[in-house]
Design a protein around this ligand. Structure first.
Ligand code: NAD
Ligand code: MG
Length: 390
């Protein structure tokens, strides 16, 4: 029995993780669930799964959750501090980080320091502070199991091969809804179009990241830290069908890939159940439904975010932290329809040039960098970032 805490239980990953737990009552026990603002769904989940503890991040929603659960044997807390504290509970074995964005960094660090196993969906944590977080995981003897489908694929390919050096890894990318678009076409795309991903149903932020290829950029940096790779060992190939989830090439030239239908429940279950493969009734892949699996070079000139991510990774230090914060601000502004699709890259590029570079950041410097970048990015949006035609 693994006792699980889910940070972000009301989101796309969180609800699918609950599906996995519901289907495997003999393997997992739900100890903690947390959410930002969807109190109604959090209450419904608490009543169904009866976890030990529930946390709502927005303190103004505390009463609503507390009232609904007052006759249950469930503890209710509110606020960010509570969210960071519950991951340390003695009854928790594994923390699934399924919240979105930089907000995942602090609770992930707290969970690692408390010796909890991590199932990591929140890629932003490794983008912002990969060196620090993986260093702490080593120090506290904690494993970080990837939930992201590409990283899960690589992890699955590495099973039984951990002693064999990797030559390179190849991350596959669907290319998103705007694959093949020109810069002129991208300048016109709307929020509604960007929110329609061809293969995956995900939260709004990662769906926009997938449309701009920033998601792949974040995943390149995530892979570097998860698998201890040099920058030049990571490649991206566009594979529109999203059947091959990623590949590893070993030093003898052999390539191993992991395949399957695009369904996040499989990587979530693999991370939570590792080292077991639990029997599932997920739909099975049929080659005849996919007679053609195709591959393309990513278009870094048109989709500048991927290039910006590679360059932030090359420069290292706090650059990926700046990239992430600027992107979070830019994506929220795009979702509020305050900036166009291409302006997101302009904002990120400006922030990477403006915010002070720190070669060896401490935790406090990441916090400071994140804060400063948000101020800069917000200011750029206020002034009206120029519309890019680059
Ligand atoms: P989502 O928007 O659907 O859900 C986010 C969850 O986090 C919600 O439960 C929300 O209440 C909570 N949350 C958001 N902001 C918070 C804050 N400031 N404090 C506390 N809780 C907060 O997002 P998602 O699509 O489930 O993605 C979650 C994470 O998993 C992201 O980092 C994403 O990149 C990663 N991921 C998602 C998918 C996918 O298929 N959805 C695939 C790979 C990786
Ligand atoms: Mg992914």
């Amino acid at each position: 029995m693994k006792r699980i805490a889910i940070l972000g239980s009301t989101g796309s990953i969180g609800t699918q993780a609950l599906d996995v737990i519901r289907a495997n009552p003999g393997h997992f026990e739900l100890e903690v669930i947390t959410a930002h603002s969807n109190a109604a769904l959090l209450i419904q989940q608490a009543l169904e799964f009866r976890p030990n503890t529930v946390v709502i991040a927005r303190e103004d929603l505390y009463e609503q959750v507390q009232d609904a659960l007052q006759h249950q044997d469930i503890k209710v807390y509110a606020g960010t501090n509570a969210l960071c504290a519950v991951v340390e509970m003695g009854t928790v074995d594994m923390v699934l980080t399924a919240m979105v964005g930089y907000a995942g960094l602090q609770p992930t660090i707290r969970a690692i320091k408390a010796g909890k196993q991590i199932a990591l969906a929140n890629k932003e944590t490794l983008v912002v502070a990969g060196q620090l977080v993986t260093g702490l995981a080593k120090e506290y003897g904690v494993n970080i199991y990837p939930v992201d489908s590409e990283h899960s694929a690589i992890f699955q390919c590495l099973a039984g091969e951990f002693h064999n050096p990797i030559e390179k890894i190849i991350l596959t990318a669907s290319g998103g809804p705007f694959r093949g678009y020109t810069t002129e076409q991208l300048a016109q795309v709307t929020k509604t179009q960007a929110l329609k991903h061809p293969n995956w149903e995900m939260g709004a932020k990662i769906t926009i990241d997938s449309a701009s290829l920033m998601n792949k950029g974040l995943e390149v940096i995530e892979a570097k830290w998860l698998f201890g790779l040099r920058n030049n060992q990571i490649e991206v190939v566009v594979h529109p069908q999203s059947i091959i989830h990623s590949l590893v090439q070993f030093e003898d030239g052999s390539l191993k890939a992991q395949l399957g239908l695009p369904d996040m429940k499989l990587p979530i279950q693999y991370a939570m159940g590792y080292p077991e493969r639990l029997k599932s009734d997920f739909p099975r892949f049929n080659f005849m439904d996919y007679p053609q699996l195709t591959f393309e070079q990513p278009d870094l000139k048109t989709f500048r975010n991927l290039e910006l991510a590679f360059s932030a990774m090359e420069k290292g230090g706090n650059m990926p932290c700046i990239l992430n914060a600027a992107n979070e601000v830019a994506v929220s502004a795009f979702l509020r329809e305050e900036v166009g699709f291409l302006q997101m890259s302009d904002i990120i590029e400006s922030c990477l040039a403006k915010v002070a570079y720190i070669a060896n950041p401490s935790y406090d410097s990441y916090v400071e960098t994140d804060k400063e970048t948000r101020v800069q990015a917000t200011e750029l949006i206020r002034k009206g970032a120029k519309t890019s035609t680059k």
